[in-house]
Design a protein around this ligand. Sequence first.
Ligand SMILES: Cc1cc2nc3c(=O)[nH]c(=O)nc-3n(C[C@H](O)[C@H](O)[C@H](O)COP(=O)(O)OP(=O)(O)OC[C@H]3O[C@@H](n4cnc5c(N)ncnc54)[C@H](O)[C@@H]3O)c2cc1C
Length: 354
Amino acid sequence: MHRIDIAVIGAGLSGLTCARRLSDAGAKVAVFEAAARIGGRIHALRDEQGQVLADLGPTWVWPPHQPVVAQWLDRLGLATFVQANDGDAVIEGYHPAPVRAPLPGQDGMMRIKGGPAALVQAMAAGLPDGMLHLNRPVTRLDPGRNGLILTDAEGAQVNAARVVLSAPLRFAATRIAIPAAPTALLHAMRATPTWMAGQAKAVILYDRPFWRDSGLSGRIASRIGPMVEVHDHSAPNGQPALFGFVGWPPEARDPAALEAAIRAQLTRCFGPDAPQPNSVTVQDWSREPLICTASDHMGAHPDLPPASLRQPHLDGRLHIAIAETSTRSPGLIEGALDAGDTTAAALLTSAGVE
Ligand SMILES: Cc1cc2nc3c(=O)[nH]c(=O)nc-3n(C[C@H](O)[C@H](O)[C@H](O)COP(=O)(O)OP(=O)(O)OC[C@H]3O[C@@H](n4cnc5c(N)ncnc54)[C@H](O)[C@@H]3O)c2cc1C
């Protein structure tokens, strides 16, 4: 059986950060990712050349308030820009017709040049060749003579001295058999919501940011929907776009009906003479089988989960690193980077490496 020092399950931002820290310190690491791509909840709409047009998962970071984000952006040489918010928002559902009014932005709310996908790519670019294994869903973890034995969906096995679980915890609790795990650990995993997993995000591409011509910010705040919150998503000198969070519950998201309702909402808010979108793309995260479970459809924000999820288990052989377990911004990009960093530091300390 193939033997490695540390296996990381999941190549989202937490798993990649952990692997990067460990590998930079000289550890022999392998990352097993169930999907055909890295990034997990970080995902982008791209053009035919692979250039990022818009974010389908997260968009924002708050570097002045998120020191771990600020450090990693600096270390990876990634630039940021301020979320556009100049002009009036359109507010609908409070008056007979939509009205315009300024809506304040959030202090420190920034976007990463190239989107969070650029952060994931830069993180992974520092990993040695052959460390990442895509299309390798881990289905089982068992104690072995030296560490833990990982079994994947094809039945292939790897023996790792230590394992870092970087898959969404509710999903992992139902899909990865860990017979030796204490019942309390499995219970804590099932009780941890995966942030934004039940959400759907609509990305709308245009030829130009026409809303700016009439002093609008591109923002919509709506009690009618289907998009409850819309923001300017244009990149400087890049693709003009809006994005919106869909308020319809997962069971009501028929794709054709949703797109028609989004188009109707945009006409309602920007007027019948506004340019028609070039495209409307909806990323429905509730249908992502490797991220979302039925329990996540309600969309609860993760509270800080029990300390047991930040401690090693199975005699120090199983560690957990996922955005939701971080004590800093649980569920957010800052949390994912922090979970990866913190878990890597604990593994290195226990192995006697600084
Ligand atoms: C629509 C949306 C908007 C968001 N907006 C923001 C925002 O603006 N700002 C912000 O800070 N955060 C935001 N977030 C949250 C942010 O995306 C997450 O904090 C972050 O991406 C989590 O990274 P992670 O690595 O911890 O988890 P994930 O990205 O969930 O990664 C887990 C990985 O594990 C893999 N996996 C699962 N099961 C297995 C298995 N059995 N074997 C191997 N691999 C497996 C998955 O395929 C996935 O790649 C948003 C999320 C969504 C969905």
